[in-house]
Design a protein around this ligand. Structure first.
Ligand code: GLN
Length: 465
């Protein structure tokens, strides 16, 4: 199966299915599902849009490739008039006043939004259990977590409830649930896709990206969403990746981080599978080099120091004044305090308290500035690596998905499950999860703006391992 989008497009054009039927079928599946992947359905909008697509086809008008294709949206994106809850009590009744740029581009291309998808509240988590809508269940084994924070998006794609979904990745939230549910998930280069209209978690690593079942669908959706946006000054222009350009591999040298693999924390099966994948790659004549990198503990601590600081700052606007469920206290200060204490989850509060500590006078030099300095060193390390190799590959996670309930009992263990994803976020590098190689997939990382090389290599790996 090369592209679900193209297949469905052809069926629509050939009048083998109507868009209304396609949309209604997927809505029914979403409604009936027992995976807790749905926060709210956009049923009326979706059906109204489908009717328009059907009318166009009936009139003999041409339709675009994405026109009539049903997709899902992580519930942290503004879509005007829809509930945008961030899976939180604080915003459970909040409706977006405007639409995120990336989503608007998909709407302009005619794609049909079906659902706002369950996720960890404000992106805080690696399991999609930190949500008021119930833990998202893994698509392959419902006793396990779906991964997070874009767990609902990964499950909807894996179960074919949506053709593709748009997740958000700050430290692994697209790549890790993609791996746990055996689909593709891309975190693009920071700034390739506008962040305007995504609820901010850690602004310096927040990325918008697609989850899908095929590499071609990732390419199509990436192209539509990319581009400079006057509303997000960190965006840049990028070239479109064309289909032919990713068909033949020209990657000659691949690297991997020795210390990710020679490590007690990695599951022996994931390690053995990863090394077997490396052997298969070598057997094709590609040179594989071992690279040195920072210890996982350093990566996780640096990421969480900065992510907590940024989220404490970003979420300070949520005090019940302009947004959210306000709970009145005896005075204004009391109102802020009760509103935030009652409406943020334990996990979000842990991060806000931690982040404010990191940023506070007397501590920020020791902690926050040190975090920033380490981040610079991590980026320099990557620059050096990409002088030597075309790509870096790594397992997505050191372990297989935990049982539902386990991560909530041990947040530190949950943070450590991000060991292999957060470094690439700090480096702002493009990284794709492919559902191959290990039980939770493989990550392919390139230098900034080299998404094309990644997709090329993903196509090659599909045939190779
Ligand atoms: N699991 C990581 C965290 O909790 C990443 C989450 C994300 O990318 N939104 O911070």
């Amino acid at each position: 199966m090369d592209s679900q989008i193209k297949q469905l497009h052809q069926q629509l054009v050939n009048k083998e299915i109507s868009c209304t039927t396609l949309v209604q079928e997927r809505l029914d599946l979403l409604k009936k599902n027992t995976y807790n992947s749905v926060n709210s359905l956009l049923e009326d909008t979706a059906l109204a849009l489908a009717t328009k697509v059907d009318a166009k086809i009936a009139n003999g008008e041409e339709i675009g490739l994405l026109e009539g294709i049903p997709f899902g949206i992580k519930d942290v994106y503004m879509v005007q008039g829809t509930y945008t809850t961030a899976s939180s009590d604080l915003l459970k009744n909040y409706k977006s006043a405007y639409t995120a740029t990336a989503i608007q581009k998909l709407l302009d291309a005619g794609a049909i939004p079906l659902v706002k998808e369950n996720c960890d509240s404000f992106g805080h988590g690696s399991s999609s259990e930190n949500t008021i809508f119930g833990a998202v269940k893994n698509a392959i084994n419902p006793e396990l977590v779906a991964g997070g924070s874009s767990g609902g998006s990964a499950v909807n794609v894996a179960k074919d409830y949506t053709v593709f979904s748009i997740g958000g990745d700050t430290g692994g939230s697209i790549r890790q649930p993609a791996g746990y549910n055996k689909i593709y998930g891309l975190k693009p280069t920071y700034g390739r896709i506008s962040r305007y209209g995504i609820m901010a978690y850690a602004s310096s690593t927040d990325c918008v990206g697609p989850l899908a079942k095929t590499i071609e669908d990732i390419r199509i959706v990436l192209n539509v969403m990319s581009g400079k946006d006057g509303k997000d000054q960190t965006t840049h222009t990028s070239s479109q990746i064309n289909e032919e350009a990713i068909k033949t591999n020209n990657v000659k040298t691949v690297g991997y981080f020795k210390n990710f693999i020679d490590n007690d924390a990695i599951d022996p099966k994931i390690k053995a599978d990863f090394l077997a994948a490396i052997e298969k790659i070598k057997a094709t004549g590609i040179e594989v080099r071992e690279l040195d990198f920072f210890k996982s503990d350093t990566l996780v601590s640096t990421y969480y120091t900065l992510a907590m600081a940024e989220t404490a700052s970003n979420l300070s606007r949520l005090d019940g004044t302009n947004y959210g469920n306000r709970i009145e206290g005896e005075n204004l200060k009391d109102t802020y305090s009760i509103t935030r204490s009652e409406n943020f989850s334990e996990e979000s509060k842990r991060r806000i308290v931690g982040g404010n500590q990191v940023l506070s006078q007397g501590f920020s030099d020791e902690i926050y500035l040190k975090g920033l300095a380490l981040r610079d060193q991590i980026s320099q390390n990557f620059e050096k690596d990409f002088e030597e190799v075309d790509l870096i590959i790594s397992p997505v996670t050191p372990n297989s998905p935990p049982k539902i309930g386990d991560s909530l009992k041990d947040p530190l263990a949950m943070y450590l499950s991000d060991a292999y994803t957060v470094g690439f976020s700090l480096g702002q590098l493009p990284t794709l999860t492919v559902p191959q190689g290990t039980e939770t997939g493989l990550q392919i990382t390139a230098a900034k703006n080299q998404e094309q090389t990644i997709l090329k290599f993903a196509n090659f790996l599909k045939e190779t391992i």
